[in-house]
Design a protein around this ligand. Structure first.
Ligand SMILES: Nc1ncnc2c1ncn2[C@@H]1O[C@H](COP(=O)(O)OP(=O)(O)OP(=O)(O)O)[C@@H](O)[C@H]1O
Ligand SMILES: [Mg+2]
Length: 235
């Protein structure tokens, strides 16, 4: 069916989607540059106890905005670009993610625990999309701990599968929330868009990966992402 033969309401929705995608694309590109500079400033200030919390907050805010723009782009684009799958080291990608999370944590009361597993875990994947998905999970974990807590980022490989787990000691989810958590636009946060986990699910599905969430209200949440290791990768 061509766009012209669609009912008016459907056409309006399509152009709304296209407009959202265009705006999100511009924002994402601009914020990518801002995030880079904010990261550089945060690195410079990491050892300064007065400045680190301020630059950490700046970086955290920019990163959240960047993620929202990227998520809007991922769902708003009328036609999804194909995944670019290439061999990539997931252990390193997770390591880099943890490095950048560490920079944004000063002043939040959140302690980062890293449990790196294999030195290398090669998967066939789209690095940018996987980074986006994992960042969404880390942001959720941070947002679930407004009073601080422990963020644990772990990787392990076994039986041809690599598992990345991201655990927080935050507010947790009740059953009803957990059931709907992956729905696009489902959110319980006043400033949430409800796209983070929808994108995680989509990226996981495109990689033949599984996402599993366990959560207890008041205790915290663990999100596990399991991907098949590429042929020849250790474990
Ligand atoms: N780690 C977590 N702890 C507690 N609740 C969570 C966690 N992760 C997700 N949720 C719940 O699932 C909902 C959906 O999460 P999702 O990431 O899709 O959207 P969001 O975080 O609300 O908004 P966005 O990610 O688009 O900024 C959240 O609003 C929250 O209720
Ligand atoms: Mg989110």
């Amino acid at each position: 069916m061509s766009a012209a033969s669609l009912p008016t309401g459907a056409r309006a929705l399509m152009s709304l989607g296209a407009m959202t995608a265009t705006v999100a694309h511009e924002l994402r590109n601009l914020l990518g540059g801002v995030e880079l500079y904010a990261t550089l400033v945060a690195e410079q200030c990491a050892a300064d106890p007065a400045l680190a919390p301020l630059t950490g907050r700046l970086l955290g805010g920019v990163r959240r905005l960047h993620a929202v723009a990227a998520n809007l782009l991922a769902v708003g684009r009328p036609s999804r670009p194909a995944l670019e799958r290439a061999p990539l080291d997931l252990a390193r990608l997770v390591d880099e993610l943890a490095d950048s999370a560490a920079l944004a944590l000063p002043g939040t009361g959140i302690r980062l625990v890293r449990r790196p597993g294999p030195a290398k875990a090669v998967v066939l994947g789209d690095a940018e999309r996987l980074r986006q998905a994992l960042l969404n999970v880390v942001l959720n974990a941070v947002q679930a701990m407004p009073q601080g807590g422990v963020l644990t980022i772990a990787t392990r490989a076994r039986d041809g599968v690599v598992e990345v787990s991201i655990r927080d000691t935050g507010v947790g989810m009740d059953r009803a929330t957990l059931r709907r958590a992956f729905e696009p636009f489902f959110t319980t946060r006043p400033r949430g868009t409800g796209l983070g986990l929808a994108v995680v699910r989509e990226v996981a599905a495109a990689h033949g990966a599984r996402v599993h969430i366990t959560s207890r209200p008041g205790r915290g949440t663990t999100v596990r992402l399991r991907l098949p290791l590429a042929e020849g990768s250790p474990a």
